[in-house]
Design a binder for this molecule. Sequence first.
Ligand code: M6R
Length: 365
Amino acid sequence: DKGNYRHFMVKEIWEQPEVVGRTVAHYLDASANRFQFPELGAIDFANLQRLTICACGTAYLAGYVARYWFERLARLPVDIDVASEFRYREAPMTPGGLALFISQSGETADTLASLRYARSQGQSILSVVNVTTSTIARESDAVAPTFAGPEIGVASTKAFTCQLSVLLSLAVYAGRQRGVLSEAEEARIADLMMGLPGQFSEALKLEHDIEQMSRDLSRARDVLYLGRGPAFPLALEGALKLKEISYIHAEGYAAGELKHGPIALVDEDMPVIVIAPRDELMDKTVSNIQEVAARGGRIILIGDGDAVRQTGLDNVAALTMPDIDPVVAPIVYAAPIQLLAYHVAVFMGKDVDQPRNLAKSVTVE
Ligand code: M6R
């Protein structure tokens, strides 16, 4: 039931404050400001040598954001690949590692085949799924569910932010088990995560501005998304979301790769969407924006007030985000990129819930 919403996708976008809150609440012992994962059973991060993350599409991009968290917060070496490559790569794996599979449906054929491969290589299997009765859940040693509720729109939105919420909680938990994250830092991140529903709601207030922008964007033939650090996989996610529902060609790039090729594409016709949360990389991203501007590029900046001021440019269209701590920023910055794709597609009259050629769950390879 779509309620008062025009499409499932936008309903699911607006459900995020609630379902992210519910997911965080499940893994957070709020009285102690600590994360807990009784679901993990015998899986232990303390002596783990390597984490392998594997998934498809948006779930893969959630894993890609999580790589930054596991490396930084838990000092854990992480490998990540799309399941359709991983399953045939015959990657040698040292027995005793942990393999993490992320899937909304829990039925994605390539992800399941990768899981079976990892098991044959002596890995423990952990999955983050939305459907706990799924095949991937059943074949895992441990399951850490997302609590997104049924996701109907083909474009994944609330499943993504719930996956991110579980993965950040897990990275913090791993950091504690490995003795590299202080109690104070864990408590600080716990507070930030409890604030996520409020911050996400703030970000959703940009909807009106985004709708205004979408008219102009709908005329573009190609769109480039840029980001650094965890905002890089978000740039990939922004491009994926836009192309799958609006059919506009979009590409995500690491901002630092700009001068290694894609800058050649920049002209006054190609919108460049820059995702620049306030973190230690923001200055570098801002200088990439200036490079794009110097070549006449049309920039849409998604960042907080500081980023917008720092560019010192007038011809930048800005979506000004609330001030957000860098640790949780990837979750909140999903809001504007989802809304942008949605409104562009709606403006173009596309069937956003059932885009052509796509299935909600890809159970064949
Ligand atoms: O059910 P899964 O999470 O395993 O699905 C993975 C992808 O097929 C899925 O995320 C797909 O990329 C979405 N249509 C993206 O919006």
